[in-house]
Ligand binder design. Structure first.
Ligand SMILES: Cc1cc2nc3c(=O)[nH]c(=O)nc-3n(C[C@H](O)[C@H](O)[C@H](O)COP(=O)(O)OP(=O)(O)OC[C@H]3O[C@@H](n4cnc5c(N)ncnc54)[C@H](O)[C@@H]3O)c2cc1C
Length: 446
């Protein structure tokens, strides 16, 4: 057991996974979390690894990028993936969780470890490299998209220039399960995958157009705080999608494909899906319905939808800040800062996007920091042909053009050339199985 410490700022998805990985390597870990004393605009509890929006960690399908990422993380004993599987709720192929149970498992696992200390305080300054070389300690900053202001200023010092960027992200409404009219909506999973875990609201052409008109006319939250608004492409507010074209929603979150409306036996013109948020079905979220419409407008407009006439809302859609650094400019290959090799960056703030992606960067940072603290050779990093390796490569090398956040997707992996008679789905499956084999080779050598 090393007497030197790994200090972690932020007990979210990344910080919790980093803590677990450093403990596994034999380090002592001190995790600083400002909640519950100081909440962010999105977090509501003092639990570690709180999920601030959707309760889904995306697909478990082995032939998909999110499925591959989770398989790779499991090979390195990921606490986040393990807890998610233990807290799973039915959601077709998606790994959706009971959020309190999920965070509870992670909090308990860490706090039961005798080498783990939780400090419920905000961190607003970081030690110098000289101080850290003297103590032998390492720090990981995993303070997330809602990093506190003072820490953001401190991070700017490590960047050297105005490399920190801010933009905004939107969250979807959550409806009380028993306020949904079950005689109007129907249960089904797209393409009959799963046990019919979603509730569906089929719309005909007139109903769709009326809904789109309402959203266009609705009062939106004022934009004065958000002058240079840039959204995650995968989390666009519905009104922003409509600005791109009247039919955009019908080809996005309201796509009807793979869902036979029991009333007609055919796909509807458009379809809204509601996903269970907890095991009992007390809460349903409107899938892909992030919005910055004013709250009374949201209630009025969503209640015009069939089956939601009497809907009650646990949560309405809203807009939040996201913070990330220009990592390729400021970080080295092991996620440490060029200006201070004993401080590493992890999670969404590195420029990955999503719960699992953030946890994956925590996993790598935890291992890398542990190697430094224990005086071992630098931790091996996964090769670029794997999902985790390709995300890491995005973070430390960037892509073309301006650096922007990235989620796990198969476009990051080497492509499989098109072959006659081989379907797109088969090519994707092949891409994933090749990447997974590479990851198995990698994990067997560390
Ligand atoms: C409104 C909103 C909605 C989102 N919706 C989704 C979604 O549906 N699906 C998805 O996959 N991703 C979503 N994201 C992104 C999601 O937040 C991240 O993917 C994930 O939570 C990032 O993990 P993290 O560990 O990097 O940060 P977080 O999970 O946010 O953890 C960071 C932690 O650091 C703490 N902290 C901050 N500053 C300090 C400080 N100075 N001192 C001590 N502690 C500090 C915070 O309290 C927090 O607990 C959303 C983000 C936002 C803001």
């Amino acid at each position: 057991m090393s007497d030197n410490w790994v200090h972690i700022v932020g007990g979210g998805l990344a910080g919790s996974e980093a803590a677990w990985q450093a403990l596994r390597q034999g380090c002592k870990v001190r995790l600083y979390e400002m909640r519950p004393k100081k909440l962010t605009p999105a977090h509501k509890t003092g639990l570690l690894a709180e999920l601030v929006c959707s309760n889904s960690l995306k697909s478990l399908n082995e032939g998909s990028a999110p499925g591959l990422l989770k398989r790779e993380m499991e090979l390195l004993d990921s606490l986040v993936v393990k807890a998610a599987k233990e807290a799973r709720v039915p959601a077709g192929q998606a790994l959706a969780v009971d959020r309190e149970q999920f965070s509870g498992i992670i909090s308990k696992t860490l706090q039961n470890n005798p080498n783990f200390e939780l400090v419920e305080d905000e961190v607003s300054s970081l030690p110098t490299e000289d101080e850290l070389l003297k103590s032998g300690d390492c720090w990981i900053v995993s303070s997330g998209p809602l990093t506190s202001n003072d820490l953001s200023k401190e991070l700017l010092k490590l960047c050297g220039e105005e490399d920190e960027l801010h933009f905004y992200d939107a969250i979807a409404p959550v409806i009380e399960g028993d306020s949904i009219n079950r005689s109007v909506v129907y249960s089904a999973s797209r393409w009959q995958e799963g046990e019919g875990d979603y509730l569906n609201i089929p719309l005909n052409k007139d109903q769709y157009n009326a809904f789109v008109d309402e959203v266009i006319a609705a009062e939106k939250m004022p934009l004065h705080d958000f002058e240079d608004v840039k959204y995650f492409e995968s989390c666009l507010p519905i009104e922003v999608m409509i600005e791109r074209g009247r039919d955009t929603l019908r080809f996005g979150p309201m796509k009807p494909s793979g869902l036979n409306d029991p009333a007609t036996g055919r796909w509807a013109y458009a379809n809204i899906q509601l996903r269970m948020e907890d095991r009992e079905g007390a809460m349903y979220s409107m899938v892909g319905f992030q919005t910055k419409m004013k709250w009374p407008e949201q209630k009025r407009i969503f209640r015009t939808l069939p089956g939601l006439e009497n809907a009650e809302f646990f949560k309405l859609g809203s807009v939040h800040r996201n913070t990330y650094l220009n990592s390729p400019k400021v970080l080295t290959d092991d996620l440490s800062f060029k200006r201070n090799r004993r401080i590493l960056l992890a999670g969404q703030i590195t420029g990955v996007e999503g719960y699992t992606e953030s946890a994956a960067m925590g996993l790598l940072a935890g291992r890398a920091a542990a190697a430094k603290v224990l005086g071992k050779a630098a931790a091996a990093m996964p090769p670029q042909e794997t999902m985790m390796g390709s995300l890491l490569s995005h973070v430390v090398s960037g892509g073309r053009g301006d650096y922007s956040p990235m989620n796990a997707n198969l476009g990051l992996l080497p492509t499989i050339p098109k072959k006659r008679g081989v379907s797109k789905a088969d090519r994707k499956a092949e891409q994933c199985s090749r990447a997974f084999e590479k990851f198995q080779d990698f994990s067997s050598t560390i």
